[in-house]
Design a protein around this ligand. Structure first.
Ligand code: ATP
Length: 370
């Protein structure tokens, strides 16, 4: 499933040069973005970056200051929220406290004037889908947080919207439940064949659930890509730094051959790397490399290894599955490296202030010009 790679595929939701201003504050700034049918799409960004505003404009609760939003080829301007084939699930869930689970789910269908028998059938289907059958007669206060979340979800999809918008849908759940619910949400989205657009500030959540992620900053999209592309080929220092942990080895391009460059750092140390992107000789660049791509050892790497540097263990943290090292290189730069504990060389237990070597392959990261 990758319609975004198919030049023939038509976007389902299209933000075209959308700007939203509140008085003199620009919350969304000339943003263009395409989302495809049946995609699980995540808007990821720090608080205040404009992601909720974007979602609210799609739902029709806010009107763009300029630009337009298309859904299935139709311009949504002037179409009120209730006439859009879009439903929004809020973080607070907003369940009716005095109504049973089934009455909560039936509420919107009743309002639409759906016949009684059809409502009963639809509610039963939703209860089953959300694994809530045995809770049908309970009221919200008799449910756990996770169950309430499932009721809210069942209620949001009962009307069969084409698009479900979720604003921080798992924000109220504790970590364990959140992780379990992420997979439930993905299953539900698959089963229903809906397009989901979720807003979150939690990168793990976005990485777990989404087909693609838009990384937002200051009302603009910094990169749109699959979780793997975002992690392994970030387009800028901002994206590299925003998602996961990264080392940005800064320097100037000394020379370029094909897709390889030699980068000189401030202290004169050089690294030879690939994935040079747009980097031209003389450009100020960063080589972005994830901690797990850096090898740490008390011994030097094999002779002829291109990128090897010496330093000392400045800090280390044992995290169960892995150990994270901060290595202070002899040029003063601190590099973060991590190693899976299952793969750690047992006779090489590096500890604080030990001398250490770091090394990495030329293709272990990407060169960034932005
Ligand atoms: P959060 O995760 O905190 O909700 P967000 O990325 O979803 O953040 P938005 O809710 O889209 O951010 O808000 C973007 C910016 O627009 C914020 O600085 C916010 O204060 C501002 N903003 C949102 N709605 C209004 C409004 N009705 N009037 C004035 N400013 C607003």
């Amino acid at each position: 499933f990758a319609p975004w790679n198919d030049p023939q595929a038509r976007p389902y939701i299209s933000f075209q040069n959308v700007t939203k201003r509140f008085a003199d504050f620009t919350a969304v700034n000339n943003l263009s973005l395409d989302i495809y049918e049946r995609e699980f799409f995540a808007l990821l960004g720090a608080s205040g970056c404009g992601k909720s505003t974007l979602l609210r404009m799609l739902a029709g609760f806010e009107t763009p200051t300029s630009g337009r939003i298309l859904l299935d080829g139709q311009d949504l301007s002037g179409i009120p929220p209730y006439k859009r084939p879009v439903n929004m699930m809020f973080q607070s869930y907003a369940l009716f406290p005095h109504m049973t689970v089934e009455a909560n789910i039936a509420f919107g269908l009743k309002q639409d004037g759906m016949p009684k028998a059809a409502i009963a059938e639809r509610v039963a289907e939703m209860l089953k889908l959300a694994r809530l059958e045995q809770f049908a007669k309970r009221k919200p206060h008799q449910l756990s947080g996770g169950q309430r979340q499932r009721v809210a979800l069942a209620r949001s999809v009962a009307k069969r919207p084409k698009v479900l918008l979720l604003d921080e849908p798992l924000g109220a759940l504790d970590k364990k439940l959140r992780e379990a619910t992420q997979f439930e949400l993905m299953d539900l989205q698959q089963d229903l064949g809906l397009t989901f657009v979720v807003v979150t500030h939690d990168q793990e959540e976005a990485m777990t659930m989404a087909d693609r992620i838009a990384i937002m900053d200051k009302g603009q999209v910094m990169q749109v890509a699959t979780p793997a592309e975002i992690y392994e080929a970030p387009a800028s220092r901002f994206v590299a730094d925003f998602v996961g942990s990264v080392n940005l080895l800064e320097g100037k391009v000394a020379s370029r051959t094909g897709n390889s460059v030699v980068i000189s750092g401030g202290s004169g140390a050089q690294i030879s790397v690939e994935n040079a992107g747009e980097a031209a000789p003389g450009a100020e660049v960063a080589f972005a490399i994830r901690p797990e791509k850096i090898r740490v050892s008390s011994k030097p790497p094999a002779e002829g290894h291109l990128n090897a540097m010496q330093g000392e263990v400045w800090d280390l943290a044992y995290l169960g599955d892995m150990t994270v090292y901060h290595i202070k290189l002899d040029d003063g730069q601190v590099v973060k490296a991590s190693a899976l504990n299952s793969a750690r060389i047992s006779d090489d237990p590096l500890t604080w202030s030990d001398r250490a070597w770091i090394s990495f392959a030329p293709d272990a990261g990407v060169v960034l010009t932005r």
